[in-house]
Ligand binder design. Structure first.
Ligand code: GLU
Ligand code: MG
Length: 449
């Protein structure tokens, strides 16, 4: 006779995960029973400093600052919690996570936490400039559905192929407080884009993480392959991340627009853009931070290939976006600048922080836009922008890292431990990938991101 276990029937405990998104844009964390969350509000959970030196290849950079030493705390920012009750797979556990900041065990801030860096920079905007930042990240990605045939670019057929995923994604993003706008088929085969409404401050970068993680969750539940990598194969159209930014005063009034200027860009906006352009090659080391990123930042990829400000020109790294006069929409509140030399192998918090640093330095030093920066408008298949003497972006990660090393403005503005860790892990990543052919590189990063 078999023994009968007298205990209660078990059901899986709902878990809440405290997460940090690190220097390479990977979201990591530790999970606890959701009904014990209250006990973790103030002191968070433990974390290991050397984790910050992880490469995308899951190798900790040998030359990191901590080795086996040290302990940190990951403190949840309760307002950033994302809880999704159900998705397409009714048996999948609830997705419940909270973004957090890393600090020392006595509560002192930790210099290598990207979210803390962004919070500090936003505080400087408020205190030194009287400015708040409204931002939105657009994401493109490849969705691999082996059931479907390929459909024409931007087509209703392509939309229908992605419609089950898209519908669940919009629903989950809305439930997660991400305020999705549109789900659209893109130019490439099985390539889609998701856009969301802008958010103020750190919430904008949290939202970018939420888009990536919720998209991955829905794809996993539907059994689909998904990659945000900037280029997944030789034939693939590139996946960009475009960061739209507007600056406002502390009452929410827009500051980038001036209707007396033909391009609409206010004096403050010009200085801000000039700061970004000044640091642009160096910024790429952080906004386009993997070897495969440089297969995207090339002319005629619709992505961003030149270090200039473009008026509605999609090949410019920084673009003045169009405004719409239909339906009586006010121009100033629509007006924004779009940074396009970015992809999803970057950390949203770190990338947004460095862009803001460069822009703030432009404002504080009253940097001026150069004439070539003001009006590039080469047709996509016409005269290359080089012919107009506009600088090209770095051609490789190694080149971009050299630009960052030489960019005094950024080197002085970034915390030294963060920067050193970044150089250590990126150097390791270059070594780990140097033997890969271009085809292998596409495949490798398509799996990692
Ligand atoms: N796929 C392009 C990129 O890599 C962007 C195309 C668009 O403007 O939507 O950035
Ligand atoms: Mg697009």
């Amino acid at each position: 006779m078999s023994a009968v276990w007298p205990g209660r029937r078990l059901t899986p405990l709902p878990m809440t995960t405290l997460v940090t998104t690190d220097l390479i844009g990977v979201t990591r964390g530790r999970s606890l029973p959701s009904d014990e969350l209250d006990g973790y509000r103030l002191a968070g959970c433990g974390w290991v400093p050397a984790n910050s030196a992880l490469t995308p290849q899951d190798v900790i950079a040998a030359s990191n600052l901590w080795g086996a030493h040290g302990d940190l705390r990951l403190i949840p920012d309760m307002a950033s919690r994302v809880t999704l009750g159900n998705g397409p797979d009714a048996h999948a556990p609830v997705l419940d996570f909270i973004h957090g900041d890393l600090c020392e065990t006595d509560g002192r801030e930790w210099s290598t936490c990207p979210r803390t860096l962004l919070r500090h920079e936003l505080q400087r905007y408020r205190e030194e400039l009287g400015v708040q930042v409204l931002a939105a990240f657009e994401h493109e990605f490849n969705l691999t559905d082996t059931r479907g045939a390929e459909a024409p670019a931007f087509s209703l057929q392509a939309q229908r192929q992605g419609a089950e995923f898209g519908g669940w994604l919009l629903s989950a993003l809305r439930a997660g407080g991400v305020e999705p706008e549109m789900f659209l088929p893109e130019y490439g085969k099985q390539q889609y884009e998701i856009t969301c409404r802008p958010a103020l401050g750190v919430a904008a970068a949290d939202r970018a993480v939420n888009v990536r993680e919720i998209s991955r969750e829905i794809a996993r539940q539907l059994g689909l392959g998904l990659s945000f990598s900037p280029k997944t194969s030789e034939q693939a159209t590139c996946n960009g991340v475009h960061l739209h930014i507007s600056l406002q005063d502390l009452e929410g009034q827009p500051l980038l627009y001036d209707d007396h200027r033909p391009d609409g860009l206010s004096t403050l906006g010009q200085h801000w853009a000039a700061g970004i352009l000044h640091c642009l090659p160096a910024l790429c080391a952080i906004t386009a931070p993997t070897p495969v990123s440089y297969q995207r930042l090339r002319p005629h990829h619709w992505s961003a290939s030149h270090a200039c400000l473009g008026l509605r020109n999609r090949e410019a790294a920084l673009r003045i976006c169009p405004t719409v006069t239909l339906a009586g929409k006010p121009l100033a509140s629509q007006f924004n600048l779009e940074f396009r030399a970015m992809d999803a192998t970057s950390s949203p918090h770190l990338a947004m922080a460095v862009l803001l640093i460069a822009g703030r330095l432009g404002i504080q030093q009253e940097l001026a836009l150069s004439t070539t920066a003001e009006a590039p408008s080469a047709p996509l298949n016409g005269e290359p922008l080089q012919a107009q003497e506009i600088e090209a972006l770095p051609a490789s990660l190694a080149e971009a890292l050299d630009c960052l090393r030489r960019c005094e403005l950024l080197v002085q503005a970034l915390p030294a431990p963060l920067l050193n860790t970044y150089f250590a892990l990126k150097t390791e990543e270059l070594a780990l990938t140097q033997a890969l052919s271009t085809a292998e590189l596409f495949e490798h990063y398509a799996r990692l991101y």
